[in-house]
Design a protein around this ligand. Structure first.
Ligand SMILES: Cc1cc2nc3c(=O)[nH]c(=O)nc-3n(C[C@H](O)[C@H](O)[C@H](O)COP(=O)(O)O)c2cc1C
Ligand code: SF4
Length: 481
């Protein structure tokens, strides 16, 4: 993972923990409604993919254990990991692109309800993503993948495809830059990646036709499975964020100006809304800043926030960064990963940081976006996350009106009981996240995600769920209040 060159080491500190009375009187533990979603407090566990589904995208006992463990800590809401809305193979990522996924997801809802005594509201994040391929071996790329055209033959001064392929294998970088176009160079250097601007690809051109229906069907299934709502994934490196992005220059009315870039996300929302009942919450997660050159700024995000609020979304969850454009070059045989560059750092900041530090980097942008939404007359709750781990820190987010709900992703992974411990005045027992990004490295390898603070503890517990290699426990040890 990329880290700021300053390499300043920060030590997370939970700060002073409240007594039960202080917690009860706090803003953080006061209720809030996000549309029909009645939250007992302002606490929220944002989506985290733990790579525990089957290769067919089905819920497994390991998926159930992951969410059940979070629910035992009683956060007000949990957002289930990014879940694919299409019925296509996507590795061990949860899917909701067909009715056959409903029973497994319904079981997940049941387990969370039981583990939290009905207190934790459960949403599911709906994602669409475009194709990405692994970085090829150059020889294979030239001999097999590259589509040879007249342009190549002319640039290389050869007559046949075979001659062109042969010649390309021997060229240095400078000559390659003359013979190939920038997208071909990208396919060679980091692997082929589709973009929403690839209008020559019929399935990409037709995204505005198919996505509203796909998202709506998925949301309907989520409602049938018993979820309290859905979070439309409009953040990071995926399809919908790419439509919102300032880099989207589609010319079909879905790219260019902010109004046009917001068009599909709004249409998706409208369609979803039209198929679910009034007690089902619908909101989205998007970026407060893209954190890449030429990407969206806070002003763009504030505009989108106003439009989303005006359209009736029940909550706006803000993340930041996490883009492909500045991702690290992957090794041959691996795919680029959108959390490996500077924008990835902004998304999941690590303890080795710059002078600003890794805690709350998204707070100021969130505050500005929230203020714009309020100025426009909307009370839509704003969720923010990024390096939040202490009670006083989280309380200040609400008191200072930076956001209305606080997301704890890695802190909840480090200690799913954070919420219960703090409420009961037992904050001193919190296992504070060290922001090492050990979990994130597992995520990158698509390995089952765990936390370094607990995954080797009490491995002799009976009936323990373990990682595939048997070396790690898959959920945090139990804590009894
Ligand atoms: C293992 C892991 C998986 C993640 N998966 C998702 C995801 O599926 N969808 C999403 O919007 N964000 C995802 N994130 C980002 C988190 O939701 C959150 O925005 C980020 O970790 C920053 O918050 P934190 O500092 O509280 O961890 C993931 C983060 C981690 C560590
Ligand atoms: S592995 Fe644990 S301590 Fe390290 S960042 Fe992830 S949750 Fe925090």
């Amino acid at each position: 993972m990329w880290r700021p060159p300053e390499r300043i080491r920060w030590k997370p500190d939970g700060g002073r923990w409240p007594t039960p009375e202080e917690a009860a009187a706090s803003h953080l533990f006061s209720p809030i409604d996000a549309g029909p979603l009645k939250l007992v407090s302002r606490t929220w566990v944002p989506a985290m993919v733990p790579w525990r589904a089957t290769e067919d995208g089905e819920v497994t006992p390991e998926v159930l254990a992951w969410y059940e463990r979070f629910a035992r800590g009683r956060p007000a809401a949990i957002v289930v990991e990014a879940t694919g809305i299409r019925d296509v193979p996507s590795g061990p990522l949860l899917r909701i692109g067909h009715d056959r996924f409903i029973p497994g997801l319904a079981e997940l809802v049941k387990r969370v309800r039981a583990a939290s005594n009905g207190e934790t509201r459960l949403l599911i994040q709906l994602i669409d993503f475009l194709a990405i391929r692994r970085r090829p071996d150059p020889q294979t790329f030239f001999r097999r993948y590259l589509k040879i055209t007249d342009r190549h033959r002319q640039a290389l001064g050869v007559a046949t495809d075979d001659e062109a392929r042969e010649k390309l294998t021997a060229l240095d970088d400078e000559s390659l830059a003359r013979a190939l176009d920038p997208r071909e160079i990208e396919s060679l250097k980091v692997g082929y990646r589709e973009r929403v601007t690839d209008m020559h690809l019929p399935h990409v051109r037709d995204l505005p036709k198919v996505l509203p229906g796909l998202f709506a069907d998925a949301a309907k299934r989520a409602e049938t499975a018993g979820f309290d709502g859905v979070e439309l994934h409009y953040a990071h490196a995926y399809t919908m964020a790419s439509f919102l992005s300032a880099l989207n220059d589609r010319t079909d009315g879905y790219g260019g100006s902010r109004t046009e870039r917001a068009w599909l996300p709004l249409q998706v929302y409208d369609r979803v809304r039209s198929v679910v009942g009034p007690s089902f919450a619908v909101g989205c997660r998007f970026l407060a800043e893209d954190c890449i050159e030429g990407g969206n700024t806070v002003e763009d995000a504030a505009y989108f926030a106003r439009r989303f609020a005006a359209s009736g979304m029940d909550f706006l969850s803000l993340s930041r960064g996490g883009k492909f454009e500045d991702a690290k070059q992957p090794a041959i045989g691996e795919a680029a990963y959108p959390y490996t560059g500077p924008s990835g750092y902004e998304c999941m900041p690590q303890f080795i940081s710059d002078a600003r530090g890794p805690f709350g980097r998204n707070l100021e942008p969130a505050a500005r976006i929230r203020a714009e939404v309020r100025k426009a007359g909307f009370a839509t709750p704003v969720v923010v996350s990024g390096g939040i781990h202490g009670f006083a820190q989280a309380e200040a987010v609400i008191v200072d009106e930076k956001a209305d709900i606080v997301g704890f992703a890695r802190q909840a992974l480090a200690d799913p009981d954070w919420f219960l411990k703090v409420r009961l005045g037992r904050g001193a027992e919190v296992r504070v996240c060290e922001y090492t990004n050990y979990c994130e490295a597992l995520d990158q390898k698509h390995a089952q995600v765990t936390c370094k603070l607990w995954d080797r503890q009490a491995l002799d517990e009976p009936d323990l769920l373990r990682s595939r290699d048997g070396k790690r426990r898959l959920v945090a040890p139990a804590w009894t209040p």
